[in-house]
Ligand binder design. Sequence first.
Ligand SMILES: Nc1ncnc2c1ncn2[C@@H]1O[C@H](COP(=O)(O)OP(=O)(O)OP(=O)(O)O)[C@@H](O)[C@H]1O
Ligand SMILES: [Mg+2]
Length: 334
Amino acid sequence: MLEQVSTLAPAKAAGDDIILDVAAACCRFDVSAPALSRLFSHEPRRILRAVESVSFTVRRGTTFSIVGESGCGKSTLARMVVGLQRPTEGRLSFRDIRRADGTIGPPRVQMIFQDPYASLNPRWRVGDIIAEPIRELKLRSGEAAVQQRVGDLLEVVGLSRTDASRYPHAFSGGQRQRISIARALATEADFLVCDEPTSALDVSVQAQILNLMVRLQKEFGLTYLFISHNLSVVRHMSDELAIMYLGRFVEAGPAEQVFTRPQHPYTRLLLDTIPDVERPNRERRPMSGEVPSPINPPAGCTFNPRCAQAADRCRVERPELRQLGGVSVSCHFA
Ligand SMILES: Nc1ncnc2c1ncn2[C@@H]1O[C@H](COP(=O)(O)OP(=O)(O)OP(=O)(O)O)[C@@H](O)[C@H]1O
Ligand SMILES: [Mg+2]
């Protein structure tokens, strides 16, 4: 059943190959008032810096996670990776990969969204939603082969073949996310950009979808760029982890290291917000303060207004990302 889906090399064999290279990517939006009213009010242009000089690489068959609070630029970065948003500066490039069938070419990239109901056409039966990319990309010849593949994909994601004849509204949130994943697999995707794929689900369903994603990654050698505002969600599935704040990475490196030895005060604050069942009474610092506006970011380190450690230097000099024992950190005191 599964061999039809598995056109990819196993993850381990390809684990060291870089599949995505992002170099100093920036995305700025001009949010100025209309030119005429600016002329009368003498208002300057207003530029919103959604993503500022972000660089990273993703290795094939691994999961690179990006975590940060609402508005820090995660979705904008995801949209740049899938080509829905053009970078204002910098470069994002996918490297050619060799598939198990010997063909070499750019990876197929698909996006999985937070709200599976909005991303599935409510008027189409699930079978047609999944069959569309197979027909469009001519991945199977003949209707019988297309239907066979649709049924196989439904089973791969834990649904039943008969679900093909139902409409999206007849499914729960978790089941709808399974349909979105089946649709992404239908394109024979190599690289999935998952923008908060489980944030709309309750905790137990969230765990089921994450387990499914981990299993599919192992089975088909998929590569994930996984976005979340919740560190605990990404803990068990990330190889690399980047913490994003106001458009920039403030800490990035091997996930386990970032979790066990966080260097940046913001990473420590985010970790403090995770409940720990073994130490429910530990001292926890609450996350305080508002995220500043990306139109008028604070001078110096953008985290300084919320940082307990901030000193004069932090208010004037922006810390560069620098290597520190295997991770990159941007903090004057790390
Ligand atoms: N097309 C746009 N035009 C103007 N501003 C935009 C546009 N898209 C995003 N922004 C702004 O860019 C910033 C980053 O937005 P983005 O959606 O990437 O954040 P996010 O980290 O995904 O947040 P959330 O966790 O709420 O999804 C926000 O301040 C947002 O208002
Ligand atoms: Mg978002």
